[in-house]
Design a protein around this ligand. Structure first.
Ligand SMILES: Cc1cc2nc3c(=O)[nH]c(=O)nc-3n(C[C@H](O)[C@H](O)[C@H](O)COP(=O)(O)OP(=O)(O)OC[C@H]3O[C@@H](n4cnc5c(N)ncnc54)[C@H](O)[C@@H]3O)c2cc1C
Length: 465
C-alpha cells in the first residue's frame, strides 16, 4: 500500500544557520489540533512562531463544552503524530476499535470488522488529552510562544498586522506569515483585508449532533469497548465510542427539528425506550444530558484559494478553516494533521521559501480534501442506513474475501481511507479500477466456465454416440 515518505524526527535538527536566517515573523492562529502540531513542526525548523488562541489554556481551564469529546484517529493522524514523537503516547492513551458493532432496530447486534484479517483498528482518543499533549510538545519546542486568551479579529496583508482582542483590550501584532488553523468558522478567513474575505462555500447538513454518556456499569464498560457502536435508524443514527474511564460517549446525528420535538424528559425517555431499547437502560442521566448538552452543527467548508498574499503578509488556511468536513469517516483531524505535514514538507522542498511553499501546499492538498469531503458525506448514508441491511453485510463479506484473495491488489475504500496514507484524491479512481478488474475477471471466469461446460457436454454426447 502506498505510503508517503516518512522522515526521521532528527531531520529537523539539521537545519542550518542559513535556513534560520530566512525565518520570518510567523503567526499561527488557533491552538487546536492543527495549530498546535504545526507550531511544533515550525519551531523544529528553527522558525520562531507565535500561536494566538482565543480560549484560555485548555490544560488549565478544561475542555470547551460542545466539542466532540473523543475522536477516532487512524493511520494518517498517527503518521503525523509520529513526526513530533507523539504516536506512541497517543496510542497508549487510546482504545482500539477493530470494527463496527451494529445495533439494528429490533434485531440482534452484529460485528463488522474494519479489515479483512480483523487486525486493523481505528483509535478512540480524548480530544482534550490529545490537544494537551500537542500543546505540551509545542510549548517545549524552542522558538514557539503560546498566547492564550488572544482572539484574532482581522488580518491586514498590506501592512502585515494582526488585530486581536487580548486580556487588556484590542491590540495589533506584526506578522509576515499568518497560518489560520482557527477552525470551521475561521475569523481569519472572514477578517482578511484588503480585498475582503476568502471565497468559501459552507454547506450545513440539516442534521445536528448532540453528545450523551453511557457511564461504566459495575466498574466496567457497559458495551464492547473494541468497537465503534452504531444504531442506524434510516434518516438518523447514534454512535458510541469508548473512553479510557470505561464510559462511552454517544453522539446522536438527527435532523435538527427532531431534537426540538422532544420537549420534556418523559418524551426523551420514551423516545429512547422505543428507538434505542438496548441502550436506554444504560444511560441513567439520559434526560438531563439531552436537556443540557448543546446541539452542534455539521458543516462542509470548501474554501479556495487557501492562500492570500499582500505587500506585508501572506495568509494561508489549514485544517477545518480551509476544508471542514462532516465527521462520518472520522477523518477531519486526521486530514488537518496531513495539512501540517504537507506545509512542513513544502518548506523543506523549497528551502524555506514561504511563497513557493504555500502555493505548493494548497495545490497539493485541495483535491485531497475535496475527495475526503465527498467520501465523508457518502459515509453518512452508509452508516445511518446501509450497514443494517443483510445485503450490505453480504457485500462486505465479499469485499473482505476479495481482499484476502487478492492481497494488496484489492483494497476496500475504508481500508484505503483509514489504514493507509494514499492521497485521498487517488482513492475513488483506485476503487473504480479495482472493481473493473474484478468485474472483468468475473466475466472471464463465467465465460470460461460456460465454455468448459459446453466442452464437457459435447464430449459426453460424442461418447454416447
Ligand atoms: C461531532 C464531531 C466528531 C468528530 N470526530 C472526528 C473523528 O473521529 N476523527 C477525526 O479525525 N476528526 C473528527 N472530527 C473533526 C475534527 O474535530 C476537526 O477536523 C479538527 O478538530 C480540526 O482541527 P483544527 O485544528 O483545524 O480546528 P479546531 O480543532 O476547531 O481548532 C481551532 C482552534 O482555533 C481557535 N480559534 C477559533 N477562532 C479563533 C480566533 N479568532 N482567534 C484565535 N483562536 C481561535 C479555537 O478555540 C480552537 O482552539 C469530528 C468533528 C465533529 C464535529
Amino acid at each position: 500500500m502506498a505510503a508517503e515518505p516518512s522522515r526521521a524526527p532528527q531531520h529537523r535538527t539539521q537545519h542550518d544557520q542559513s535556513r534560520q536566517s530566512e525565518a520570518r515573523r510567523v503567526a499561527v492562529v488557533g491552538a487546536g489540533l492543527a495549530g498546535a502540531l504545526l507550531a511544533t513542526l515550525l519551531g523544529r525548523r528553527g522558525v520562531p512562531v507565535t500561536v494566538y488562541e482565543r480560549r484560555p489554556d485548555p490544560r488549565i481551564a478544561g475542555a470547551e463544552r460542545g466539542r466532540s469529546i473523543n475522536l477516532a484517529i487512524s493511520a494518517r493522524g498517527l503518521a503525523a503524530l509520529e513526526e513530533v514523537g507523539l504516536r506512541e503516547h497517543a496510542l497508549a492513551r487510546a482504545l482500539p476499535m477493530h470494527g463496527r458493532m451494529v445495533h439494528p432496530s429490533g434485531g440482534t447486534t452484529n460485528f463488522q470488522s474494519y479489515s479483512a484479517d480483523g487486525t486493523r483498528a481505528i483509535n478512540s482518543i480524548s480530544r482534550s488529552e490529545l490537544n494537551a499533549a500537542l500543546l505540551d510538545t509545542a510549548e517545549a519546542t524552542p522558538g514557539v510562544t503560546l498566547r492564550f486568551g488572544h482572539k484574532v479579529t482581522a488580518v491586514d496583508t498590506a501592512s502585515g498586522k494582526l488585530t486581536l482582542d487580548g486580556p487588556g483590550g484590542t491590540l495589533t501584532e506584526p506578522a509576515d506569515i499568518v497560518l489560520a488553523g482557527d477552525g470551521a468558522y475561521s475569523a481569519v478567513r472572514r477578517g482578511v483585508r484588503p480585498g475582503g474575505a476568502f471565497d468559501v462555500d459552507t454547506d450545513f447538513l440539516e442534521h445536528g449532533y448532540k453528545e450523551l454518556t453511557i457511564p461504566p456499569r459495575d466498574g466496567d464498560f457497559a458495551l464492547d469497548p473494541d468497537a465503534l457502536h452504531i444504531w442506524p435508524r434510516g434518516t438518523s443514527m447514534m454512535i458510541a465510542l469508548p473512553n479510557l474511564d470505561r464510559s462511552f460517549t454517544c453522539t446522536l446525528f438527527w435532523p435538527k427539528d427532531d431534537f426540538e420535538a422532544l420537549g420534556t424528559p418523559e418524551a426523551v425517555t420514551a423516545h429512547f425506550r422505543r428507538h434505542y431499547p438496548d441502550v436506554a437502560p444504560l444511560m441513567p442521566d439520559l434526560a438531563g444530558d439531552f436537556a443540557h448538552n448543546p446541539v452542534g452543527s455539521l458543516v462542509t467548508v470548501r474554501a479556495w484559494p487557501w492562500v492570500r498574499t499582500g505587500e506585508g503578509a501572506s495568509v494561508a488556511l489549514l485544517g477545518d478553516a480551509a476544508h471542514a468536513i462532516v465527521p462520518f469517516f472520522g477523518q477531519g483531524a486526521n486530514c488537518a494533521f496531513e495539512d501540517c505535514i504537507e506545509i512542513d514538507r513544502c518548506l523543506d522542498e523549497t528551502n524555506g521559501d514561504w511563497a513557493a511553499a504555500l502555493t505548493r501546499y494548497q495545490e497539493r492538498r485541495k483535491a485531497n480534501t475535496d475527495a475526503i469531503a465527498e467520501m465523508a458525506l457518502d459515509n453518512f448514508v452508509e452508516m445511518r442506513d446501509r450497514v443494517a441491511s443483510p445485503v450490505y453485510r453480504a457485500r462486505q463479506a465479499a469485499v473482505h474475501a476479495l481482499e484476502r484473495r487478492l492481497a494488496g491488489r484489492y483494497v476496500s475504500r475504508y481500508e484505503l481511507v483509514s489504514f493507509s496514507t494514499l492521497p485521498y484524491a487517488e482513492i475513488p479512481s483506485r476503487i473504480r479500477r479495482q472493481n473493473l478488474a474484478v468485474a472483468g475477471a468475473a466475466t472471464a471466469g463465467t465465460l470460461l466456465a460456460a465454455g468448459a461446460l459446453r466442452a464437457v457436454r459435447s464430449l459426453r454426447a460424442r461418447a454416447r454416440r
